[in-house]
Ligand binder design. Structure first.
Ligand code: PRX
Length: 645
């Protein structure tokens, strides 16, 4: 790609940025030449320690092992709340904007402290101790943040499950990490649509006998079923609790949270993050990537059920003493102007969203944007999937009035924080490129033989050295972590993504090169969707691949083979789509189902996904070598019966 669209650093940013071009070069060099000295300094500057560390790094990338600041001790909530009380107890920490534009609330650091302590005391009173896992299944309301922080207050480990996941997914996650307590709400509401969270919890818990407590926030006031032995109303219970709770001082490497994410095989993995390294990188990237200034309002539109919400709605902003906006609704309700109206209403300075939302809003027309002022905006960001240059330009010109740099941040649940990202005052932008590595991050591109590619080129994206917020484990299955991330290219962390590096050293993420889909910025394993499809009694076999989708980035294309004697029908198609929704959640509904009398397989019975991918993507000129197929005629049938997308 040519550099014709390169956007120089805006003069205003260059003059005032926290990190300028020379700072970046100098600090990056230090961070890779002497990582221990660099990170030790950052850890002292950014975090408050109860006991200072003397060790900095222990690492064995072949075993996927890393430990940072291991003999140090701290508490996350002291860093996110207590240390701010002296100077900003009356400052707004959470600006909550409800689904209904008439609903908004400003929560101060003092109120946050009180709520977190009360809930922490409630958890303790229900027997939750350091190291215990707590499941959080919540709408986007301040209590979701209170719940995460209340766990951190007492050293419990939270596992937030996205409120859009089905009861089956919720049950699996509760069981996998053996949570004994669930925090939820009666209902969520998004775009005027109600989501019955408590009913979903009831259903999930019918198969989770170890869960003894469900704490329920009355958010909507909807009627719910009640198990008086197990269920507690949140408001009543915390009213009885003390508003102070001494923080549990934990070790730097004690676990902070588990977050489930999809991989190319099997069920979702519980990615484990620990305390100090995670908090350090969430805070530092928050401050430098968003060039955050005291008093600014920061808005990340993700859900707290994803890593983006963990790091950039809750932990990063709070540790930095910021004001974070939490939005319950959707970009198109009541209309496609909602984001920009909220920006004006709350005078948002930095706005961080996913390319899929940008593409959807771009399709709705410029008037929804231009009817608003957006004069408070200083910086824009994107996350979750590659952004096409067309959407980038629209975001830059129409939303940002060519005034706001766009930080295209590449990272993952497993990386905990931004890895390849612009620092807005330090580097010129190229639309579609995540630009350069953050401090301490050493990306490499590997060729088919696992050798590092020098200079410009394209290959598998891997990371050479550990960084403080690197994944520490897959909950309950250490070997799975090593197999997934540290075995493909021994000695490296393998990201699952492909990337290109241009002559200027800029990285361009090309997307997943494993069997993981990225649908509207949400990660889904093809294996998970296939497992759901084969649960239907009429299904013999299923294979799922992604294809390019204008709005979602990738759509879900399922090839389904029915058992002999079963006939395809519209009703069956709908039943299969519903099954995916029930087993995983609405985000997993296939966009296309093609009835496949047979699937292309090698003689040893392996499905040749490469061919299915080409059929789904309409790349029919070059199907590649089909001579090794057990039955090449299968492909002709699939080609003849392709579905419209
Ligand atoms: O494929 C990459 C894509 O999202 C994947 C990580 O998904 P998840 O763990 O759910 O975290 C999403 C939010 C951090 C990556 O492997 N991805 C994320 N950010 C970008 C991206 N692809 C291209 N550009 C990005 N900025």
């Amino acid at each position: 790609m040519s550099d014709v669209h390169t956007r120089p650093i805006p003069a205003k940013f260059a003059a005032n940025a926290l990190i300028g071009a020379e700072d970046y070069e100098k600090m990056y060099r230090q961070s890779v030449q002497d990582p221990e000295a660099f990170w030790a300094q950052q850890a002292k500057d950014f975090l408050q320690w109860e006991k200072s560390f003397t060790q900095v790094l222990e690492e064995d990338m072949h075993r996927g092992h890393t430990a940072w600041f291991a003999d140090g001790q701290l508490n996350v909530t002291v860093n996110c709340i207590d240390r701010h009380l002296a100077s900003r107890s009356e400052q707004t920490v959470i600006l909550w904007e409800g689904d209904d534009p008439a609903d908004s609330v400003a929560i101060t650091y003092r109120t946050l402290y009180d709520n977190v302590c009360r809930l922490a005391n409630l958890l303790k009173s229900r027997g939750v101790k350091k190291g215990d896992r707590v499941c959080i299944y919540m709408p986007m309301i301040p209590e979701a943040a209170y719940a995460m922080l209340a766990c951190a207050r007492i050293g419990a480990v939270h596992s937030v499950v996205f409120g859009g996941f089905s009861p089956v997914s919720l049950r699996d996650r509760i069981l996998d990490s053996d949570c004994r307590l669930v925090i939820t709400a009666d209902e969520a509401i998004r775009g005027g649509k109600h989501i019955p969270l408590k009913a979903n919890v009831d259903q999930a818990l019918s198969e989770c006998p170890s869960v003894h407590t469900a704490i329920v926030v009355k958010h909507i006031g909807a009627p719910v079923d009640w198990d008086s032995k197990r269920d507690i109303w949140y408001a009543d219970a915390i009213a009885e609790m003390d508003g102070d709770c001494a923080p549990e001082v934990v070790s730097a490497e004690d676990p902070l949270f588990i977050l489930y994410t999809s991989g190319s095989t099997g069920k979702p993995k519980g990615v484990l993050h620990t305390t100090a390294g995670y908090l350090l990188m969430a805070t530092m990237t928050f401050k430098y990537v968003f060039d955050y200034r005291e008093g600014e309002v920061f808005w990340c539109t993700a859900d707290v059920g994803w890593i983006t919400g963990h790091s950039y709605i809750v932990y990063g902003p709070l540790a930095a003493g910021a004001t974070t906006l939490m939005f319950e609704g959707v970009p198109t309700y009541p209309d496609a102007s909602r984001f920009w109206q909220v920006v004006d209403k709350h005078q948002v300075n930095s706005f961080y969203t996913a390319p899929t939302a940008i593409r959807a809003l771009m399709g709705a027309g410029d008037a929804f944007v231009t009817s608003t002022e957006r004069s408070s905006l200083r910086l824009l960001g994107t996350v979750g999937e590659p952004i096409n240059p067309e959407a980038w330009e629209w975001y830059y010109k129409v939303v940002g009035d060519e005034r706001c740099p766009i930080v295209d941040t590449w990272w993952q649940t497993e990386t905990g924080a931004h890895m390849i990202t612009p620092l807005p005052g330090a580097m010129a932008l190229k639309p579609g490129s995540a630009t350069k590595p953050f401090f301490g991050v050493q990306p490499v591109l590997l060729d088919g033989d696992g050798k590092e590619i020098e200079g410009a080129g394209e290959g598998a994206l891997a990371i050479k050295k550990s960084w403080p917020s690197m994944i520490r484990g897959v909950y309950g299955d250490r070997q799975r972590m090593i197999d997934t991330y540290f075995s493909t290219y021994p000695g490296y962390y393998f990201t699952g993504d492909g990337a290109r590096r241009d002559a200027d050293g800029y990285y361009w993420i090309t997307g997943r090169i494993d069997d993981v889909l990225n649908v509207s910025g949400h990660r889904l394993g093809t294996a998970e969707i296939e497992s759901a499809l084969v649960l239907h009694p009429d299904t013999a076999e299923a294979a799922v691949v992604g294809y390019p989708h204008d709005i979602k980035g990738q759509g879900i294309y399922a090839f389904v083979t029915l058992k002999s004697g079963r006939e395809p029908s519209e009703a069956l198609r709908q039943a299969l789509i519903e099954l995916c929704s029930k087993e995983i959640g609405p985000i997993a509904k296939p966009d296309v189902i093609q009835w496949a009398p047979g699937l292309p397989k090698t003689r040893s019975g392996k499905i040749m996904r490469r061919i299915l991918r080409k059929i789904a993507c309409n790349e029919l000129d070059n199907l590649g070598d089909t001579s090794t197929l057990a039955d090449p005629a299968v492909v002709d049938d699939l080609l003849a019966h392709r579905e419209n997308r």
